[in-house]
Ligand binder design. Structure first.
Ligand code: AMP
Length: 217
């Protein structure tokens, strides 16, 4: 069975957390455009500096740059068995480009799970989000909680993503509502959308997600 899964949801809805579970279960690659841009911004290059400035403002990287990066990744052999896209597409031109690139590589989208979370909760979640600088584990912490990774054998230091600072968070949620929310109807019209309640406990979201994928396959 091939799975072409496109995780849709606002920043902080839990796409990355759920994608990690799907990677384990289906052994297919997790393609996170945000992770790819975080790697690019670390590079000492003109593109790296441009991407860093865009990310820190909460805006979107231009479609042409984003589409090319995802296209290169999707054409790698490990995507032949399926893929989990997380954070892409985020605009209508990106969604149209994705349809084209999948046609070219003989792949298709099986399901678009949409994790729905109210905006006010998103802002709170992103403001409490901390990431391990060693293994990448993500935590939701209160201001006084210890900022140390709890994963066995890791003990890395936790940091807050620069774009999770409160001023940027509000902008990112606005950008989602303006540019990405229209994709909900784009995929609903194609019969691919499955809306899930992203405000449930993580394990319950996972259970509904796995049931939806099994039903779509
Ligand atoms: P994320 O980790 O998915 O929240 O992405 C972090 C940031 O990377 C976003 O706020 C954008 O600046 C940039 N980014 C990630 N994916 C895309 C995309 N599909 N289109 C444009 N910009 C993106």
């Amino acid at each position: 069975m091939k799975n072409g899964i496109v995780m849709l949801g606002a920043p902080g809805a839990g796409k990355g957390t759920q994608a990690a579970v799907l990677v384990e279960k289906y052994q297919i690659p997790h393609i996170s455009s945000g992770d790819m841009f975080r790697a690019i911004r670390k590079s000492d290059s003109e593109l790296g500096r441009r991407v860093a400035a865009i990310m820190d403002s909460g805006a979107l990287v231009p479609d042409d740059v984003t589409i090319q990066i995802v296209k290169d990744r999707l054409s790698k052999p490990d995507c032949q068995a399926g893929f989990i896209l997380d954070g892409f597409p985020r605009t209508r031109p990106q969604a149209l480009a994705l349809d084209e690139m999948l046609k070219e590589i003989g792949q298709a989208i099986t399901i678009v799970p949409y994790l729905h979370v109210r905006s006010e909760l998103l802002v709170e979640r992103l403001s409490n989000r901390w990431t391990c600088n060693t293994c990448g584990s993500v935590y939701s912490l209160k201001p006084n909680d210890a900022k140390v990774c709890q994963k066995p054998g890791c003990s890395g230091t936790l940091f807050r993503r620069p774009d999770d600072e409160p001023a940027t968070v509000a902008e990112r949620v606005k950008v989602f509502e303006k540019n990405t929310a229209p994709l909900i109807s784009y995929y609903a019209e194609r019969g691919l959308l499955k809306q899930l309640d992203g405000e449930q406990a993580v394990a319950n979201v996972t259970a509904s997600l796995l049931a939806a994928i099994a039903a779509a396959a």
